[in-house]
Design a protein around this ligand. Structure first.
Ligand code: ZN
Length: 188
């Protein structure tokens, strides 16, 4: 898969709940591998951005599979971890608002409230149950991706158009004109 396989809003599939994986087999492992390729390809075409993670629904495969980058600080490290049927077991702390982007929402970023700490359970690629605790940006990424598996895009968590920004070619954010903000906030 390449960046071209990544679907963007308003594609209605992004608002559908993804299916649970009953059995982790070769097909799922191949899907995860393809998702990582698409995420890396997307990043290679975006000068100022990086691919933190991707959910399977974003490549039009409505299954509860997400891939999360192992190192957010180093763009040269293109390794990702795969989480199947990921769920938030517990969210802790006072939600914090930070700018968030999405491979399925081209050039638009928005301030979204997320918990600073989440406990996650999932299956790994061997089908084994795993649990982990994520803090800060990683916690945000898990909340964003698990939202995708539930048919929710980050803009669905934003009501105020002033919390939306456009990423310019120069890598700077500017406020979004009202008309564009309205389109970005349009559900489904
Ligand atoms: Zn996203």
């Amino acid at each position: 898969m390449t960046a071209k396989d990544i679907i963007t809003i308003p594609n209605p599939m992004l608002r559908e709940r993804s299916q649970r994986i009953g059995h982790v087999d070769a097909e799922i492992r191949e899907l995860a591998e393809s998702m990582i390729k698409a995420a890396v390809d997307w990043e290679n075409g975006r000068e100022h951005e990086f691919s933190a993670a991707l959910a399977a629904v974003q490549v039009a495969q409505p299954y509860r599979v997400i891939v999360v980058r192992d190192d957010f600080e180093n763009k040269a490290n293109n390794t990702f971890s795969v989480y199947i049927n990921p769920e938030i077991v517990k969210a802790e702390g006072e939600p914090e608002e930070e700018l968030e982007g999405c491979l399925s929402v081209t050039d638009i970023y928005g301030s979204v409230l997320r918990y600073p700490k989440v406990k996650i359970k999932a299956l790994n690629l061997d089908g084994q149950a795993i649990r982990l605790t994520a803090h800060g940006f990683l916690a945000r990424v898990f909340q964003h991706e698990i939202d995708h598996t539930n048919g929710m895009v980050f803009v669905d968590r934003i009501d105020d158009p002033k919390k939306l920004f456009r990423l310019g070619e120069d890598g700077q954010f500017t406020g979004l004109p009202a008309e564009e903000a309205k389109i970005a906030l349009t559900r489904g």
